[in-house]
Design a protein. Structure first.
Length: 331
């Protein structure tokens, strides 16, 4: 091997340097890296896969175009994959993909000899496509709010628990009329948050209306305008489907002279970057999307080691800021 000869080391040492093995001494690593640079060496991944019967690659499929959390999820995926010695092969299906579209994408990845696949989605179509199908490699679904098929592996943030934390916080403050402005109900996350909201209200004997939006700030603004125009009067609290919608709610209330939290308390979901700098600072439910992505890779690596299909729910965290308070005295 030219690199080994140039650096004066064994081919095993060169392999360890290329794969980031920690047991190589710094001076040896520097010598091997200098030889690689001098000779213009590039690892032949195809030949390596044929020889070892391993590609050291994990496929990641993104289903949907509205997943604003993707950068943090993919950061977790890539970091964990690298630490485990894997590369990431990324594919996406945008818009309203059909089951056939997704199956075709998965088949193409398996044709490229990926060793496992993570499907990042909030759409039922992904689960419908995966349920009951065999792809010959471990597959894990990331981020969906429910798991209708027991044979599929899932890593998810517990969306229903997050909603319950938000509503319970408002109930503990004394609110008994809590409106929920949902995200798009075609998504698992929105559905699970509705279930959490409904369960907490029922347990407390409280009430509230549910209005469907689409997770965007404009829909939060529009739905808050509807609340302001309702002859029945404003609720004492609003649980928004996510922080983007909560941002729209705050804007609509400000225009109408509705004070937050003096007149209406507002809670969001996600703890998006900058949520603490809205006016007022937003009470919300934090999801650790980096951890979600890394947990998916950790699960797939365990499955590659022989473990069976699993489901893991990660607990979200309530972050209390200045957009929530006790209800007004006349409510």
């Amino acid at each position: 091997m030219d690199v080994a000869r140039e650096a004066g080391v064994s081919h095993i040492t060169v392999s360890r340097v290329i794969n980031g093995h920690p047991s190589v001494r710094p001076e040896t690593r520097a010598r091997v890296e200098a030889a690689i640079s001098k000779l213009g060496y590039r690892r032949n991944s195809v030949a390596r896969a044929l020889k070892s019967r391993r590609s050291s690659t994990i496929g990641v499929v993104i289903v949907g175009s509205d997943l604003f959390e993707l950068p943090r999820i993919l950061l977790g995926v890539e970091t964990a994959a690298k630490q485990a010695g894997y590369w990431v092969n990324l594919a996406s299906r945008q818009g309203e993909s059909t089951t056939d579209d997704l199956v075709e994408t998965l088949r193409r990845l398996t044709d490229q000899s990926v060793e496992a696949i993570a499907v990042v989605t909030d759409r039922p179509v992904a689960v419908e496509a995966l349920a009951g199908l065999a792809f010959g490699v471990p597959v894990a679904v990331v981020m969906s709010g429910s798991a209708p098929h027991p044979d599929l592996s899932f890593v998810q943030v517990d969306q229903e628990l997050g909603a319950r934390l938000a509503v319970r916080h408002l109930l503990d403050l004394g609110h008994r009329h809590i409106a929920h402005l949902t995200g798009a109900l075609r998504t698992f996350d929105a559905r699970a948050r509705v279930e959490g909201w409904r369960a907490e209200l029922a347990a407390a004997g409280a009430q509230g209306a549910v209005l469907e939006g689409d997770f965007g700030a404009e829909s939060g603004y529009r739905l808050a305008q509807r609340l302001c125009a309702d002859d029945a009067g404003l609720p004492t609290a609003v649980f928004a489907g996510n922080d983007q919608m909560a941002m729209g709610v705050l804007a609509a209330f400000a225009e109408r002279g509705v004070r937050v939290p003096q007149d209406v308390s507002v809670v969001g979901f996600d703890d998006m970057k900058g949520a603490g700098y809205l006016v007022p600072a937003l009470t919300t439910v934090r999801q650790d999307f980096v951890h979600l992505g890394s947990s998916a890779i950790e699960l797939l690596v365990r499955m590659l080691g022989g473990e069976r299909a699993q489901r893991h729910k990660l607990a979200p965290e309530l972050v209390v800021r200045r957009s929530t308070a006790v209800p007004r005295a006349d409510s």
